[in-house]
Design a protein around this ligand. Structure first.
Ligand SMILES: Cc1ncc(COP(=O)(O)O)c(C=O)c1O
Length: 411
């Protein structure tokens, strides 16, 4: 009997051979800085332990109590740096197509907003032209959160080249085991962030070893024996970590001084970036095309893909009348590893951000109802570069089964 292969949500694309090769990569930090200098066109590049670290150091270097406008449609990793650096969150409106921050309703944006944090959700760039124009007029600093948009382009320019400060993650579609980047032309922000980082703790070696092993096992998860090992490893980790550690400690576990091995692995993985990106984006477009032909999922069909090149780090689909809290569980039970916003292992659904205690004082300046509607009808479909047409069809047919007669159309 043919063994059933798991439809993987994501593949870290790591194996022992690549790790071994990575150990011999020379000048990894310098090469990583050069890579991001080219990508962002920024003068100062600070290597960090994660994107959370890069964002946190950005805010620490800018001050306290700053009102920051940010999309509520995100995971807590993008909001915690604002919160734990003692700055103030204002939740923005969201656009129906890109699912990113929408600032068209300018009159509602308080005049005291000092920073806009732009998240390019799923690697689909936000409307940077409008945001830049508005920010220039109001003297607002743009922090670009490119954790999900590594190598995505907006009107021919890479995301990360628009912000006053741009922050990246070296995991996800950069295929690393951790690490981050802060890129800016503002020397003062760079200097303060670097100084602040020198006072942080170092990442423990056992964490690095754990991440390497986890990513190697996760890569092989399509085979049931590795899926079994991975599932048990994650359950064990959750027992000792996620379930019992408070959010503040969890956050600061990712805000440390970086270790060179993070950048050695990033450089090693960068050799296969082009082909992986090309295949992943193509698979994403294939899925979207099929969904459009079936009238399922509405958001991306209004996007002009001639103007933007997505990186599809995740494939977020908004489906009118879809109940994510039930539908994602159903898809999971059918072997489709769909998720919601938060990308933690085994967390198929994330509560609304405003319901989390630490963000309860954040104000909505856009329509809370719109956010709620999108949040509760969102699904992040599995997407990786290794899918064949059969796997694409299986995702589509199972999604269709779960969605049933939910009506197409926006809002
Ligand atoms: C939008 C966004 N910002 C920031 C982060 C944090 O990235 P890292 O895991 O490198 O800290 C993530 C990761 O989940 C993210 O999705």
């Amino acid at each position: 009997m043919k063994k059933k292969r798991l439809i993987q949500y994501y593949s870290p694309n790591l194996n022992f051979k690549k790790v071994l090769k990575a150990l011999f990569v020379k000048d990894a930090k310098k090469k990583t800085r050069e890579f991001y200098r080219h990508l962002t066109n920024k003068k100062y590049i600070l290597l960090t332990s994660s994107c959370r670290s890069a964002l946190y150091l950005t805010y620490k270097s800018m001050g306290k109590g700053l009102p920051v406008l940010v999309s509520p449609l995100t995971c807590s990793s993008a909001l915690d740096p604002i919160y734990y650096s003692n700055n103030k969150i204002y939740f923005s409106d969201i656009s129906w197509d890109t699912l990113n921050i929408d600032i068209k309703n300018r009159a509602r944006i308080p005049t005291n907003v000092k920073v806009i944090q732009v998240i390019h959700l799923g690697g689909v760039p936000a409307d940077m032209e409008t945001i830049k124009k508005f920010a220039r007029k109001r003297n607002i600093t743009i922090v670009e959160d490119c954790a999900q948009s590594f190598c995505a382009k907006y009107k021919g320019h890479y995301t990360g080249s628009f912000g006053d400060v741009s922050c990246f993650s070296l995991i996800k579609n950069a295929y690393g085991i951790g690490g981050g980047v802060l890129a800016t032309n503002d020397y003062e922000i760079y200097r303060k962030a670097r100084e602040y980082q020198e006072n942080l703790e170092k990442i423990p070696t056992k964490v690095i070893i754990y991440r390497i092993l986890r990513n190697i096992i996760e890569t092989k998860r399509i085979l049931s024996v590795y899926n079994y090992i991975f599932t048990n490893l994650m359950n064990l980790k959750n027992k000792f970590h996620d379930e019992y550690i408070d959010p503040k400690r969890q956050f600061f576990d990712y805000v440390k001084q970086p270790n060179e091995i993070l950048f050695k692995i990033f450089i090693q993985q960068s050799f296969a970036l082009n082909i992986n990106h090309f295949n992943r984006v193509n698979n994403g477009l294939k899925i979207l095309k099929r969904l459009a032909s079936l009238g399922v999922g509405n958001n991306y069909k209004y996007i002009n893909f001639k103007q933007i090149t997505p990186s599809f780090t995740k494939l977020f689909i908004y489906i009118n009348n879809f109940d994510s809290s039930v539908g994602i569980k159903k898809l999971n039970s059918m072997g489709i590893m769909a998720k919601h916003l938060e990308q933690k292992y085994n967390s198929f659904y994330q509560v609304e951000n405003n319901l989390l205690e630490r963000y309860s004082s954040a104000k909505f300046i856009g329509s809370y109802d719109k956010y709620r509607k999108i949040h509760h009808s969102l699904v992040s479909l599995p997407l990786n570069e290794n899918f064949n047409n059969g796997e694409v069809e299986e995702i589509i047919s199972k999604l269709q089964l779960v969605v049933g007669k939910s009506s197409p159309g926006i809002g």
